[in-house]
Design a binder for this molecule. Structure first.
Ligand code: AAT
Length: 275
């Protein structure tokens, strides 16, 4: 018998994945969680029917959401990840020797537990002694920490339900306060192809708060549209002008110093979205 997972990527279009095996499926306190093994992308984490990360393409997202801000900041020591309970962002952050502490603030403890069990390739650094795991709402956590982090990474689900408040101006104001004086923030900010209004709003919210705001793109096959946006808000350093000449070699599959600068060059339709 063939089993297929269908993700409704937008209202009238879907992606389907042939499933080898369902490893876990449960209702957590916050969402419907599944980790399934698929023919095309290997194991994947699915929350409320939406693909969050897969063994085959996770490197694109996790490298770009971390190395762009961490190689823009000259000396990132303390980093916060909001969401990201799979641990992929933490794994990449801890490749930076300057980082003394990486805090993960994930609302759903089951995401952490199940990813540790079934996705060790991604979650492997969550037990590192430089990583501190905190289970709770990122909105509250950020509000309660001031002038503390050099980099804040918002690795969240799409802007509905528990993650809705992670996409707005009020949250970005709190992030600004939680950052140190030359801090940098980055968020995954959806698809400009299918959701131009969302991308525009989030970008403009960030722009109204941060002195430097830039958007870049990366190609992520399992995300709607296949071409995903990230927004960077920075108090001081411009990520698109980072000095990439002295970046040390890191074990990456997508990020390169050349791409660091090139990814900020946008196709015309994306430039129009954020104009
Ligand atoms: N690393 C890629 C995976 C994710 S999952 C995003 C995580 O954000 C989920 O585990 C979810 O439980 C967590 N989350 C959602 N809302 C909050 C909140 N308010 N506070 C803390 N954590 C939260 C990102 C995938 C992007 C998918 C794009 N389509």
């Amino acid at each position: 018998m063939e089993m297929w997972l269908r993700e409704m990527q937008i209202e009238n279009a879907a992606m389907t994945y042939k499933i080898k095996e369902t490893l876990v499926r449960k209702k957590t306190k916050y969402q419907d969680l599944a980790i399934v093994d698929t023919e095309a992308f290997g194991k994947m984490l699915v929350l409320d029917g939406i693909v969050q990360t897969t063994i085959k393409d996770e490197f694109v997202y996790h490298e770009m959401i971390t190395h762009i801000p961490l190689f823009t900041h000259p000396n990132p020591k303390k980093v916060l990840v909001v969401g990201g309970g799979d641990g992929g962002a933490i794994r990449e952050i801890l490749k930076h020797p300057s980082v003394e502490k990486a805090v993960l603030c994930e609302i759903d403890e089951d995401v952490i537990t199940e990813c540790k069990k079934y996705l060790p390739e991604i979650s492997c650094a969550l037990d590192d002694k430089r990583c501190e795991v905190f289970v709770g709402d990122g909105i509250k956590y950020v509000k309660e920490h001031k002038n503390e982090f050099d980099v804040i990474i918002v690795d969240s689900t799409d802007p509905f339900s528990i993650a809705e408040g992670l996409f707005g101006g009020n949250f970005y104001k709190d992030i600004f306060e939680a950052l140190t004086e030359d801090g940098i923030f980055i968020a995954q900010t959806e698809t400009p192809f299918f959701l131009p209004d969302t991308v525009r709003k989030v970008f403009n919210d960030a722009k109204s708060i941060f002195p430097v705001t830039k958007l870049f793109m990366a190609a992520i096959p399992t995300y709607p549209g296949g071409y995903w946006s990230f927004t960077v808000g920075s108090k001081k350093y411009d990520p698109s002008q980072a000095d990439t000449s002295k970046i040390p070699h890191l074990d990456t599959k997508y990020y390169t110093p050349e791409l660091h600068r090139a990814c900020f060059v946008l196709p015309k339709y994306v430039e129009e979205v954020i104009k």
